[in-house]
Design a protein around this ligand. Structure first.
Ligand SMILES: Cc1ncc(COP(=O)(O)O)c(C=O)c1O
Length: 382
């Protein structure tokens, strides 16, 4: 029997990518060529010394990037939401209360995760486009002193708002609360200092700012969380943080099979960051890129959705001009070879989103805006 059938490669690629699109998505984002290259390697056993070496090297590099020397960095075979669920199951007593801060769809997802796991959510919600301010969190904690933890969406991907994480964590820590951070669309592009800011669980997904395909979730977890988890019996199996840490310590691996190609891809992304000079130049590149996108939005006479001062470094949300639909803008740009992201949640048709994570060049941005300008002109003409 012939085992080699090279023609299937073309068949599958035609199915999934009939033509190449430039991605300005909210994730999965365009991956670095080096990341894709290392992911093509033949598999190895996740119990082999070679995999342990890869896992260890990746964890140590990520810990360095996140400034997590006291906290434990974990990799898990799931998307970011897995760690959202893990935070509640491992570090909140069944029936216990959590203060969920919400500035959009992903804050609201945390509410659902809390409640569907038999805990109670107290919600501090702001109008869409606005951040949570430290004094607002302080007041909410004063009124709800019995909550065990506070959740923060670092970067709300649906509105393009970045919350002042350092200041919010300070307020929560002063009131001795655990701090859980959804950094899915910020980790890798915005500063996150796990130990210094006192963050207890910070999690993200591979398909966002590190520019790696989906399937791997990353988290940094504090000692306080492991202590609390030890007292919670029904914390489940798949998202048991203590079990994840045990396998890390025993053999630099995971209890269930990890997505080995994504771990290799993340390792390559972390090495690229190092080659360009480390964390600070890398974060500055994201700030510059986001600034370039925002100024081009304004040049086109369009309005930004987020409140000034809280603009996301990874995604820019734009108000759809009166009389136009964001789905039409999205479809027209796709026709011209660019995939942006539609609006999300309650602002689905009144906004559209331009992601700027992953493998994007300044020329790509300029080209996108040239096409966007043309698309808007044509749509307005009707
Ligand atoms: C802020 C935020 N939180 C959570 C998620 C969910 O992440 P995942 O799909 O990796 O579980 C997303 C995905 O876009 C997100 O942007």
């Amino acid at each position: 029997m012939k085992l080699s059938h090279p023609e299937v490669v073309d068949e599958v690629l035609k199915l999934m990518q009939p033509r190449e699109l430039k991605l300005f998505t909210a994730g999965p984002v365009a991956c670095f060529p080096e990341v894709l290259e290392v992911m093509r390697s033949q598999m190895l056993s996740h119990r082999s010394p070679e995999y342990s070496a890869l896992h260890r090297d990746t964890v140590l590099r990520l810990a360095e990037f996140l400034e997590a020397r006291r906290a434990t960095v974990l990799l898990a075979p799931c998307s970011g939401t897995g760690f959202m669920e893990a935070s509640i199951r491992n570090a909140v007593t069944p029936g216990g209360k959590v203060l969920v801060t919400s500035v959009g769809v992903f804050g609201d997802r945390y509410v659902e995760v809390v409640e569907s796991n038999g805990r109670r959510a107290v919600v501090l919600r702001k109008p869409l486009g606005e951040p949570i301010l430290p004094e607002e969190l302080d007041e909410a904690l004063r009124r709800n002193s019995d909550v065990e933890a506070v959740t923060v969406t670092h970067n709300e991907t649906s509105t393009g708002v970045i919350n002042p994480l350092k200041e919010l964590a300070k307020v929560a820590k002063e009131r001795e609360k655990l701090v859980f951070v959804d950094a899915v669309s910020s980790m890798g592009a915005a500063d996150v200092r796990v130990d210094e800011w006192g963050l207890d669980i910070v999690f993200s997904s591979s398909q966002k700012a590190f520019g790696v395909p989906p399937g791997l979730a990353m988290a940094a977890v504090s000692e306080e969380v492991f202590e609390k988890a030890g007292k919670i019996i029904d914390r489940g199996w798949y998202f048991d943080l203590i079990a994840l840490r045990e396998d890390l310590i025993k053999g630099w691996s995971t209890p269930s099979t990890p997505p080995i190609p994504q771990v290799a891809g993340l390792n390559a992304a972390l090495r690229i960051i190092e080659k360009i000079g480390g964390k600070n130049p890398w974060l500055e590149m994201h700030e510059r890129r986001a600034g370039r996108v925002r100024s081009k939005v304004v040049e086109l006479g369009l309005e930004l959705f987020a409140k000034p001062g809280f603009y996301s470094p990874t995604i820019t949300v734009v108000k759809t001009p009166m009389g136009l639909k964001s789905s039409d803008i999205y479809k027209s740009l796709r026709g011209r070879g660019f995939e942006i992201a539609m609006g999300y949640g309650p602002v689905k048709e009144t906004t559209f989103r331009i992601g700027h994570m992953g493998y994007i060049t300044d020329q790509d941005i300029d080209h996108l805006f040239k096409e966007l300008s043309d698309v808007l002109r044509n749509l307005k003409r009707g």
